[in-house]
Ligand binder design. Sequence first.
Ligand code: ADP
Ligand code: MG
Length: 363
Amino acid sequence: MSASGIRFDEVSVAYGRNAENTVLDSFDLTVEPGEVMALLGPSGSGKTTALRAVAGFVRPARGRVWIGERDVTDLPPYRRGVGMVVQQYALFPHMRVEDNVAFGLKAQKAPRGEIAGRVAEALEMTGMSAYARRHPRELSGGQQQRVAIARALAIRPGVLLLDEPLSALDAQLRSGMLAELARLHRELPDVSILYVTHDQVEALTLADRIAVMDKARLQDVGTPSRLYRRPGGTFTASFVGNANLLPVVGGPEGGTVRFGGTELRVGDTVRDAVRDGESATLCVRPHRIGLGESESEGGAEDGGNVLRGVVTGLQWRGATHRITAEIDGHEVTAEVGELREPPRLGERVALRFAAEDGVVLRG
Ligand code: ADP
Ligand code: MG
């Protein structure tokens, strides 16, 4: 199968008698051929709806859906060349594994002589060859999900849609399956994958790019590192990784902001430019904040932003300490490596971070 991407062109989906509930609003997104795109957002943000619009299970009220060079908006699901895996495996309980995997091929009227070979290939890819004769009830949850993936792959789809495929599994299985999915993607470099999840770790681990959704809309799209280092807005900043979001106003010089009584230097890219007196939000990741006035080996090198306050929260997390301090009426959290002598509650501390680790967001 040749590589084919996915394109949402201003897709809107609405429910209700008068289509009054818009659950996907002018959704515009391109998944490149062979790319893994995560759709990341809270429950109810419209992720599954977007996926179902690609699969052909919901009809957009407006807009078009493209797979490769084809406008598939009016095609039935079985003609779209799409494999789909949902959270709850959805295997046919009365069918053996091999018949479950063959199901899509039979529905597509694949030549009889090809079916057995394709089923064997898909089971091989998912490590399930030894289980072909079993029924779903004779398999663990993780094995059932592998069979569901094999079933999706058997039709050799150009596009693979995965809707929270790991959320029914326990934590340990989940991380193993995540590695398995990454391996599968390397084995199938031409297959575009749209991966729906509300779990940022899954999205950061697996995706080439992440599309962040909230309230039926696309909020931000970019590589994991761009979203993490330069989030486009406060929603992305707080949903992708932890963030301190501090109210600031633009300072008199470019590249400076005021937070309470303190002037801070920030990374001065064009996007971050805020005018003197303009309100904005400063995003600083907790693990980019250090403790103390300056780094013992080097000092002012790190840009010299220092916030002084009183410790209001302490959590020891094994490899790190989370230290929360109240500064000018706001809580600021630092996540620092293990300390021999962590500060105590009520103690005065200085938190420091480099200018380049302060990202200014509008609003
Ligand atoms: P997500 O996958 O991000 O949790 P969904 O796409 O499943 O979100 O749902 C988005 C919104 O659309 C939710 O408010 C949900 O209740 C609503 N919704 C989904 N499917 C239907 C439907 N068939 N009829 C009415 N409302 C629906
Ligand atoms: Mg969903």
